[in-house]
Design a protein around this ligand. Structure first.
Ligand SMILES: *Cc1c(COP(=O)(O)O)cnc(C)c1O
Length: 396
């Protein structure tokens, strides 16, 4: 029996739910891309994006998805053959490393312990061993969307400083921007990579890269720039169209403007608190379900659990069958397990989300598990509701 009237729920970790106001802001004909309101609107985006990642460095907006932003960052600071250290904590750090490797960089991977975040002590030990300072950059993901790990970027920077190593610190914040705090300058991060389709609530299509002075200096020394990604003309455009190396992504810029307005109207601290309360609700539900069976949170250390996406292991319960019931019968789309050796699924809880959207998602999962006769402890929705209410009270 299908229930296909009402609002469908998208609970995947990107693209996330797009607010109607963002869609409306985008629903307009093409405008003049040489002069007029689009130019001012575009220039207004840069300071606001920098505010969200906490930097006074340079910001670049590319017409691309996150993979493009990954490549943009790498193409600007390296020449072929240099070494990078990738701090693995899930599939996405590996994905970035793979691109680096295909671009001719020498990639070394430092694996996190299974189901854990990056261990700063291991980073410090590895960098101390690099006495010749051949590692040019450390690549890490703030929230790895496959494992659901949140990495402590400030602690990783401290580990690098502890080792006295001069490598650049480059961080993928794609699943974190607009969901959890990012303090690029305070944490002394040299490059931040992001994208618009997760916490920034805009349809996929804008890749974001931020660079501090040290990264810009590395860029100036880089001998093999690619024309499209090149920071130099984008940082100091003589003409507006150089900002995008061609036609501006007109409708996306209007959409992103609206999304940023919504974030600042709510207040970025309030946005982070909302993500925190909702994420705690997810975790309370999963822990409750697990009392009567194999369901459990993937990330073992509570500190390393992300506030924007949760990866859930299901043991002998068929996660794909559960997802299919949710999707086909209840119109709730959940994230597939990525890179897990066991049954898993993911819940995206980033961007335009509130408690009823989450409770509806969790309730549908419970219905699916019940219909499957799966071994789990019913009542996760109630546990999530109580946990969110308590968290919200404590935040007041
Ligand atoms: C989504 C995501 C990416 C990839 O972004 P695409 O837009 O799919 O290319 C990279 N890193 C992280 C952490 C992500 O969440």
């Amino acid at each position: 029996m299908r229930y296909d009237h009402g609002h469908p729920f998208l609970a995947i970790p990107g693209p996330s739910v797009i607010p109607d106001d963002v869609l409306r802001a985008m629903h307009r004909p093409a405008v003049n891309i040489y002069e007029g309101p689009l130019i001012d609107l575009t220039h207004s985006l840069y300071p606001d994006l920098k505010r969200i990642v906490g930097t006074e460095g340079e910001a670049f907006i590319y017409i691309s998805n996150g993979h493009g932003a990954w490549e943009a960052a790498l193409a600007n600071v390296f020449s072929g053959g240099e070494s990078v250290l990738v701090l693995e904590s899930g599939m996405f750090a590996l994905g970035w490393g793979e691109i680096a490797s295909r671009m001719g960089l020498d990639v070394e991977i430092l694996n996190a312990p299974k189901r854990c975040g990056v261990d700063p002590n291991a980073v410090e030990a590895r960098l101390r061993g690099d006495t010749g300072h051949s590692i040019k950059a450390v690549l890490v993901v703030q929230i790895d969307t496959s494992s659901g790990v949140w990495n402590d970027i400030a602690a990783i920077r401290q580990a690098m400083d502890g080792a006295g190593h001069p490598a650049l610190l480059m961080v993928d914040c794609i699943a974190a921007t607009g969901c959890v705090p990012c303090e690029m300058d305070a944490w002394n991060v040299d490059v931040v990579v992001s994208a618009c389709q997760k916490g920034l609530m805009t349809p996929p299509g804008l890749g974001l890269v931020f660079a501090n002075q040290k990264a810009m200096a590395a860029h100036r020394e880089n001998g093999c720039r690619s024309s499209y990604w090149d920071w130099t003309p984008r940082a100091n455009p003589e003409r507006y169209y150089q900002l995008f190396a061609g036609t501006a992504p007109v409708q996306h810029l209007f959409g992103l403007r609206q999304a940023l307005d919504m974030i600042f109207a709510e207040g970025s601290d309030a946005v982070y608190q909302r993500h925190r309360a909702i994420a705690r609700g997810v975790r309370a539900a999963v822990e409750h379900w697990g009392r009567g069976g194999p369901i459990e949170l993937n990330v073992i250390d509570p500190i390393a659990r992300s506030d924007s996406v949760t990866t859930i292991l299901t043991g002998e319960i068929d996660a794909d069958a559960m997802r299919a019931i949710c999707e086909i019968d209840f119109e709730v789309t959940l994230g597939i397990g990525l890179g897990q050796t066991v049954n898993a699924f993911r819940i995206g809880h980033m961007g335009h989300i509130n408690p009823p959207m989450l409770l509806g998602t969790l309730g549908s999962i419970e219905m699916a598990l019940t219909r499957m006769n799966a071994p789990f402890s019913a009542g996760g929705v109630e546990a999530a509701a109580v946990c969110m209410a308590e968290t919200i009270n404590n935040q007041d």
